[in-house]
Design a protein around this ligand. Sequence first.
Ligand code: F6P
Length: 359
Amino acid sequence: IKKIAISTGGGDCPGLNAVIRAVVRTATLKYGWEVVGIKDGLQGVMDTTTKLIPLNRHNVAGFLQKGGTVLGTTNRGNPFEIQKEVDGKIVTEDISDDVVENIRRERIDAVVGIGGDGTMLIMNQLYQKGIPIVGVPKTIDNDLLSTDVTFGFDTAVAIATDALDRLQTTAASHHRVMVVELMGRYAGWIAMHSGIAGGAEVILIPEIPYDINKVAELINQRMKREGFAIVVVAEGAKPLGGSHSTLEKAGSSVERLGGIGYKVAAEIEELTGAEVRTTVLGHVQRGGSPTAYDRVLSTRFGVAAADLIHEGGFGRMVTLRGTEINDVTFEDAIENLKFVDPEGQLVRAAEEIGVCLGR
Ligand code: F6P
């Protein structure tokens, strides 16, 4: 190995730059490799003049604290299905052979791909085509089964908890119900953790279809007792017997976010007569500097990814199991999502202190 490349794919996440920094420092200091960053997803390798940037221990200074990804990212970065506009129409094209050829032409001996399940799927396909590639898991949603924790989750929970703390005081002052919609398309991890940490009375998650009458009942009691209430709704939450509000609206997050929060708020207002306000926290949860926990996890993942390349562990993704860094094959990495267990300890603890999960 002489030269490696790093790419970030899918939605951004606090800690991405800390991973990049750790890969670069390990690659250069420990192994003496050259490192380039590929801008705007793996297909950026097609544009060698503007999208390949040299990375070294000096120009990654300050990356630890920096939010987002300095390499840029895209949700439309699948080289097997690149979307292009031709004569005003969107058409898809497979440019994966060109991507593979360019990686070889640039003498890139190995690639570190940082991304979520979608990115791992693409990287597995590129690995099958002969690209030596290792993965680092990323999502604020913490819903990848093969790793106990993903970086970005702790930061998202901290941001959401801060928002709930702030909403408590304004809710109490006005005797209102505050409905807060949080991210979590498939799994309710952010909603559960920040809901518990922020003292919500109701937490609605995709894993437990909610009965709005149960929610209204609890709000009525709470309004009589305390005069205000906080309701957390994960973006993917769905009513009992109803359809999934989020999954059906695939595509634009403009449509996706802000649907369920307003729906729940309107129903609570109608059923309880309370004054209700809605906050959709949205991408604030993904922005800004990572927490100390996420900086440490990102650093450990970055070091492990460089070590994996050194060991020739291609087609694998680094993971956290308990307190130890480990790795799994891409196939295992993408196999399943990790959901909140409706009968598990976390949900039980919430219910035992009187939080309503909508059932
Ligand atoms: O990382 C996943 C996620 O946080 C989801 O919870 C949310 O639906 C999504 O990102 C929104 O991302 P984007 O607007 O970039 O599609």
